[in-house]
Ligand binder design. Structure first.
Ligand code: NAP
Ligand code: MG
Length: 489
């Protein structure tokens, strides 16, 4: 069975339509584009190329839902419906995972983890939604002052191709929990599970218009959405360039934005680290989803005295990696597109002056069809080398030796990003000193979590962006505080 036939067996909704006002609608644009399986670049389905009119309809329908039913739902009612959506996602984990593997090129086990994470986000937020509230504030005598936590209104969500289901979980679900109505623009390279989510919301009985999905191109549907005066908050995940554009667009309408823009996240190993425990984390955090992870740990900082040992162990692990079509569930699948594979190869060519410790052979016809790139590990890299500074978004890790704690912090903080950092040491005081000084939105000590952790606030500093999603912090971000001061004295 080819990829297209396989997908046909898996989908139970029409991928050629937009999801607007609770129904599947032909795009007003009457235009479509093709999605491809990254493992072999064969076409798998057609997707609407939404235009300005489609986005207008989506925003209008979201606004209508706020002024009718959705706007009057209690937090308990919202929680219950999110719970129902979560149970339906849970039932469909295997199916959603296969769809994702065909669309994104992600190995099946990893796609399953994404689908499970989406179910977990729905579980978490369905339980959290009636546990976040305003407070009373002591003020002058004769007054009672309290705060109300209210939704922004219509939230726009522009998401990338690397983790559609997880990003829907952490952004769309958080926004719904707080009573916002959503317009979602998935990536042109991967949008089938986003459409599946719309259908699941419909099946669960989410009122019409509460979620609207307009697939399309970034510079069309994405631009319209981020400029639209009917949008009250924008959540964007993707590149720094586009993130900056989104912020500028939103500024014209004075609309708050959350930007999640990736990183160059370090893991730092001191000589007292439990190396055996660290190795699987170093590997997974760098190579999960073939390195196309915003929180990928693409820099590994190792103290001089254990450098050779760590390097040897990692080389051994790299040599054992398997690579192949996503649906067959190897360690690594292909990259999302030819364009992304070319981008990564260009970076690799900039590393020709470096010590490339290992690379796998891809001499097989099968690999020629897909967007495969061999995982690459570079040793003894200078911290200011381009491969140690820029986000490559591919299966590439660099090893950087350091002398002492001071130097480790300087190197770790020496990029324009600041998303996640990992510290490996048994010294409790060092753990706390480092956690305080590292420039990052999340710091992991003796572990590293790329992806997962729905309870843990997530987001960056510097060029990694701002705003927090996941955990209760997301619920704060997707709501605004109104202060009510009552003079009864
Ligand atoms: P991107 O261009 O920033 O795309 C992210 C999302 O923004 C997609 O839905 C995209 O739509 C949309 N978009 C593109 N141009 C837009 C515009 N002018 N206005 C509004 N929306 C727009 O990212 P990419 O091209 O997929 O990847 C490029 C690089 O970004 C990667 O190599 C990586 O370094 C970084 N990246 C980071 C993350 C992360 O999680 N932090 C995720 C993905 C990519 P289309 O898909 O239709 O263009
Ligand atoms: Mg695709």
């Amino acid at each position: 069975m080819n990829s297209q036939e396989l997908l046909k067996e898996l989908i139970w909704f029409d991928t050629t339509k937009c999801f607007i006002d609770g129904a599947w609608e032909k795009p007003v644009s009457k235009k479509y584009f093709e999605l491809f399986d990254p493992s072999n670049n064969s076409p798998i389905c057609k997707i609407p190329r939404s235009n300005k009119s489609d986005v207008n309809l989506a925003v209008q329908s979201a606004q209508n839902s706020l002024s009718s039913n959705w706007g009057s739902f209690s937090s308990l009612e919202r929680g219950r419906i999110l719970n129902k959506i979560g149970l339906l996602v849970q039932d469909k984990i295997d199916r959603l995972a296969k769809i994702e593997s065909l669309d994104v090129g992600k190995p099946l086990t990893q796609s399953k983890a994404d689908a499970s994470a989406l179910a977990r986000y729905l579980e978490f937020y369905s339980g959290a939604v009636d546990k976040i509230h305003g407070e009373t504030i002591p003020y002058q005598n004769g007054y009672t002052v309290y705060t109300l936590r209210e939704p922004h209104g219509v939230t726009g969500h522009i998401i990338p191709w690397n983790y559609p289901m997880q990003i829907i979980g952490r952004s769309v679900v958080g926004a719904l929990a707080m009573g916002n109505a959503v317009v979602l623009k998935p990536s042109e390279d991967a949008c089938i599970t986003a459409l599946a989510f719309g259908e699941i919301c419909r099946e669960a009985g989410l009122p019409n218009g509460v979620i609207n999905i307009v697939p399309g191109y970034g510079n069309e549907a994405g631009e319209y959405l981020s400029n639209h005066p009917g949008i009250n908050h924008i959540s964007f995940t993707g590149s720094v360039e586009v993130g900056s554009k989104i912020q500028q667009n939103a500024s014209k309408n004075i609309v708050p934005v959350t930007l999640e823009l990736g990183g160059k996240s370090p893991q730092i190993l001191f000589e007292d680290a439990d190396i055996k425990k660290a190795i699987p984390f170093l590997l997974k955090a760098g190579l999960q989803n073939a390195g196309q992870t915003c929180s990928a740990s693409s820099r590994i900082l190792v103290q001089d005295s254990i450098y050779s040992k760590v390097e040897n162990l990692l080389v051994k692990e790299y040599k054992n990696l398997s690579i192949g079509p996503a649906i067959q569930d190897y360690d690594l699948g292909p990259l999302i597109s030819k364009k992304q594979a070319e981008r990564v190869k260009k970076y690799l060519s900039l590393g020709e002056d470096l010590n490339q410790l290992v690379t796998l052979s891809l001499e097989n016809n099968e690999f020629e069809k897909g967007n495969f790139v061999s995982p690459s590990l570079f040793g003894n890299v200078q911290p200011d080398h381009v491969l140690a500074q820029e986000e490559i978004f591919g299966p590439v890790q660099v090893l950087i030796p350091f002398k002492d704690e001071e130097e480790a912090i300087r190197i770790a903080n020496g990029t324009k990003f600041g998303l996640v950092a990992g510290i490996w040491t048994k010294d409790g005081s060092r753990q706390m000193r480092m956690a305080k000084q590292l420039k990052a939105g999340q710091v992991f000590v003796n572990n590293y979590g790329a992806g997962g952790g729905v309870e843990l606030p997530f987001g960056g500093v510097g060029h990694s962006g701002f705003g927090r999603e996941k955990g209760f912090e997301a619920l704060k971000g997707f709501s605004v505080i109104k202060t009510v001061a009552v003079n009864h004295g």
